[in-house]
Design a protein around this ligand. Structure first.
Ligand code: F6P
Length: 327
């Protein structure tokens, strides 16, 4: 492929997600396939500022496809939010003659990439890597499938103990502004109610649902709460519910960062591989300031501006299904 781009830098930034390594591998190997040098930038934007950059080869990404986390490490850099930080990052990239970037991360990473592109004009393509599945311009983000399966596995285990003790469990899952993990792990785990950031449910509404279950001989129940839920944290909701009902012994489990680790699923590895190839091919064909995503099985490049400005749709249908099935 004919292109002016000779050296591509790749980095991961923001919260890590299972499958990021598969994306790094795909970027590195696609660069090599197209005879383009590829450099790993360690610790995200922080490493760009500190010059933590080294050349990668086909073997530097061997045996990482099946590993969670990110071999390039990740950070949430405050320095890159300053003009001086970005200037330093630019100088380090120029010193290494890096003339294009692939950024793997979520909306914070993309906001940084878009600003950097506007200021310095280095062609950049982003790959959606976050467990939250909170980005428009792609059906799925890398890591979401693995994280949701991890949540379901945990919920199934909690179900066993909830049943044995006739208890009500509030299980808090990740998802700062997006209820996708909660919604789908809630459906798969048979939750009586799912509280997501996109929709408010009052304590009284929740108790009305629990009452119906209790009157229908339900001896245990699970409520899934997304951490960024409008109704509050799992702890807060459990406390309020506990003050008003006496037919359940109530417990809270916060799944937290365990959802970010683990072996990526086949789905996440394949998604990451497609997006890694797509990002490099996009750059070599002249795409820039965009995100590579997959919509209805097709690779799509969306402008970062649009991705950042367009909130992801809530899957109303999933919420409706959960409601029908939770009697
Ligand atoms: O963005 C992914 C995510 O895991 C969110 O679900 C969560 O709110 C956040 O990252 C946690 O970030 P940190 O690891 O920096 O505490």
């Amino acid at each position: 492929m004919e292109s002016n781009i000779k050296k591509i830098g790749v980095f991961t930034s923001g919260g890590d997600a299972p499958g990021m390594n598969a994306a790094i591998r795909a970027v590195v190997r696609t660069c090599i396939y197209y005879k383009t040098d590829v450099y790993g930038i360690y610790n995200g934007y922080l490493g760009m500022i500190n010059g933590d950059i080294s050349e990668m080869g086909a073997r530097s990404v061997s045996k990482i496809l099946e590993r969670g986390g990110t071999i390039l490490k990740s950070a949430r850099s405050k320095g890159f939010m300053t003009k001086e930080g970005r200037q330093k990052a630019y100088e380090n990239l120029k010193a290494k003659k890096i003339d294009a970037l692939v950024a793997i991360g979520g909306n914070g990473t993309f906001a940084g990439a878009h600003l950097f592109y506007k200021e310095y004009g280095i062609p950049t393509l982003c790959i959606p890597g976050t467990i939250d599945n909170d980005l428009s311009g792609t059906d799925y983000t890398i890591g979401y499938d693995t994280a949701t399966n991890t949540a379901v596995e945990a919920i199934d285990k909690i179900r066993d103990t909830a049943l044995s003790h006739n208890r009500l469990f509030f299980v808090e899952v990740m998802g700062r502004d997006s209820g996708d993990i909660a919604m789908n792990s809630g459906i798969a785990g048979g939750a009586v109610a799912i509280l997501v950031p996109e929709q408010k449910m009052s304590t009284d509404e929740l108790i009305a649902k629990l009452d119906v279950g209790a009157h229908n001989n339900k001896t245990s129940s699970l409520v899934i709460v997304a951490e960024g839920g409008k109704s509050g944290s799992a702890m807060e909701i459990a406390r309020k519910v506990n003050e008003k009902i006496d037919y359940y012994d109530t417990k809270v489990t916060i799944l937290g960062h365990l959802q970010r680790g683990g072996v990526p699923t086949c789905f996440d590895r394949v998604l990451a591989s497609k997006l890694g190839v797509g990002a490099v091919e996009g750059l070599l064909k002249g795409e820039k300031d965009k995100m590579a995503g997959i919509i209805h099985r097709k690779l799509v490049y969306s402008s970062l501006e649009k991705v950042l400005d367009t909130p992801r749709d809530t899957e109303e249908e999933a919420l409706r299904i959960a409601k029908i099935l939770s009697i």
